[in-house]
Design a protein around this ligand. Structure first.
Ligand code: NAD
Ligand code: UGA
Length: 480
């Protein structure tokens, strides 16, 4: 029986390995992590992450050929294939701070593999890493090899949260990069054999190591760029009376462009887009390509602009003051169908509103209060360094209330602000919400989920991203 061990039981390691175990009953898969609470949760009825379909997959194979353990060394020692799926955050200090990837967690995993191994291993980069990381890992392993043969493969993950199981069951492609040597080809084939259990041959792409590593950064940069492109258009739509949904539809029907990923929003979030583009920018700078670096940096700048434009629109619409006004925040996760808040645009919007002294009442169906309080009092980039979690700030805590019901969150509020496109927000009783709010009652829709015209009939003043403005908002200049 082939034995797989995956280091890192996070959003990628957990679901990816669960699907491998599900699809390959002849393979034993053990997911290991240094975090005791995370592993306990994977072994419990309440998994550490919310992901549609995940519970069923885990229940089906846990205890049979899928295991979760904190005994990292034992399972690495026993494995034939070791996936490394640890976090690769943005560096917060030192050389490249604020841009470069912090490979501390990666390197410590590699050193541990070198320490405990007594047999040949295929080591698979699952984490998103800078180009040429495989070379560094290879050096660590071969300099400590004690005669063991290590083959390094790059197998980046393209799943999106909220649809992870669907994406893993039916991937657009699986990408495997390896050394162009006989041993390299052999190990690529071994990993290909794992995926071939359920992915057709034509969807398994093989490349050299550096192409695979760079393709992952490139794919995220292209995806984020599409959102920044449509968001840049949304500002122009608001200024001209065009409707961004109509523009996106007209543009997306060109088969060369395609319709997906063109939803204007308050900005993209998630643990990876910003981190990976910053990393790409840093790699370009290090390779003497400042123009290319500048080009990709603009994707992040437009994203930041979109978030601050949204806050400014809110404040200026509400007579330029929101001090002590209750603002109801609907949705805090970075997208629907996940409880993940990493780099969610809700953090920037809420911090902007708190900066103007608003009182926030927040409701999200999947995010817990302590997570929200922590997110709102943490420094940029600190969230992905689990050992450096910051204490909650008492001032933030007083201004932020988290509730478990939309109607409670919106009661007596001056404004409703939608920041995640949860399906349940499309079905709300807005007449009831309006009746219980202060007047004038505003809705700021950062995800274009509500029917603005229906809400206007009820009496709301409505702002939707990139849509023709209410007469009320039209007359008010917004400072960008
Ligand atoms: P995560 O923070 O959820 O999980 C990483 C886990 O690794 C943590 O539980 C941490 O405790 C553990 N870990 C760190 N160092 C360790 C060590 N030395 N030994 C054992 N465990 C260790 O991160 P994630 O979201 O799963 O992302 C992992 C990687 O995958 C990142 O490089 C990310 O860029 C990439 N990625 C993420 C997604 C996504 O949707 N989240 C998608 C594609 C790729
Ligand atoms: C993204 C990529 O889609 C995955 O392929 C990749 O594997 C992953 O990053 C990663 O490397 O971590 P994810 O961040 O989970 O996946 O979710 P997305 O669906 O890409 O959404 C990212 C953000 O963009 C969300 O805040 C979402 O609301 C926003 N978005 C998405 C828009 O604002 N408009 C759109 O049209 C699409």
């Amino acid at each position: 029986m082939v034995k797989i061990c995956c280091i890192g039981a996070g959003y990628v390691g957990g679901p990816t390995m669960a699907v491998i175990a599900y699809k390959c009953p002849n393979i034993e898969v053990v997911v290991v992590d240094i975090s005791v609470p995370r592993i306990s949760a994977w072994n419990s009825d309440r998994l550490p992450i919310y992901e549609p379909g995940l519970d069923d997959v885990v229940k089906h194979c846990r205890g049979k050929n899928l295991f979760f353990s904190t005994d990292v060394e034992k399972h690495v020692f026993e494995a034939d294939i070791v996936f490394v799926s640890v976090n690769t955050p943005t560096k917060t200090s030192g050389l490249g701070a604020g841009k470069a990837a912090d490979l501390t967690y990666w390197e410590s995993a590699a050193r541990m593999i070198a320490d405990v191994s007594k047999s040949d291993k295929i080591v698979v980069e699952k984490s998103t890493v800078p180009v040429k990381t495989a070379e560094a890992i290879e050096k660590i392993l071969t300099h400590n090899s004690k005669g063991i043969n290590y083959q390094i493969l790059s197998n980046p993950e393209f799943l999106a949260e909220g649809t992870a199981i669907q994406d893993l069951f039916n991937p657009d492609r699986v990408l495997i990069g390896g050394r162009e040597t006989p041993e390299g080809y052999k190990s690529v084939k071994a990993l290909k054999d794992v995926y071939s259990h359920w992915v057709s041959e034509d969807r398994i792409l093989t490349t050299n190591l550096w192409s695979a590593e760079l393709s992952k950064l490139a794919a995220n940069a292209f995806l984020a760029q599409r959102i920044s492109s449509v968001n840049a258009m949304s500002a122009l739509c608001e200024a001209t009376g065009a409707d961004v949904s109509q523009v996106a539809y007209a543009v997306g029907t060109d088969s060369r462009i395609g319709p997906k990923f063109l939803n204007a929003s308050v900005g993209f979030g998630g643990s990876c887009f910003q981190k990976d583009i910053l990393n790409l920018v840093y790699i370009c700078e290090c390779n003497g390509l400042p123009e290319v670096a500048e080009y990709w940096k603009q994707v992040i700048k437009i994203n930041d602009y979109q978030k601050s434009r949204f806050v400014n629109r809110m404040v200026s619409s509400m007579f330029n003051t929101i001090a002590n006004k209750k603002v109801s925040i609907l949705g805090f996760a970075f997208k629907k169908d996940t409880g993940d808040t990493r780099e969610t645009p809700a953090i920037d919007v809420c911090q902007g509103l708190l900066g103007d002294k608003a009182q926030l009442s927040i409701y999200d169906p999947q995010v817990m209060e302590d997570q929200i309080q922590r997110d709102l009092s943490m420094n940029k980039f600190d969230w992905d360094h689990p050992l450096h979690l910051q204490p909650m700030s008492p001032t933030t805590k007083k201004k932020v209330h988290c509730v478990w019901d939309t109607y409670e969150a919106t009661k007596d509020a001056h404004a409703v602000c939608i920041l995640t496109e949860w399906d349940e927000f499309k079905k709300l009783d807005f007449q009831r919400i309006y009746d219980n709010m202060q007047k004038p009652a505003y809705v700021f829709d950062g995800r274009n989920v509500v029917d603005a015209n229906k809400l206007r009939e009820i009496g709301f003043i409505v702002y939707s991203i990139g849509k023709p403005l209410d007469a009320w908002l039209n007359d008010i200049p917004v400072v960008a």
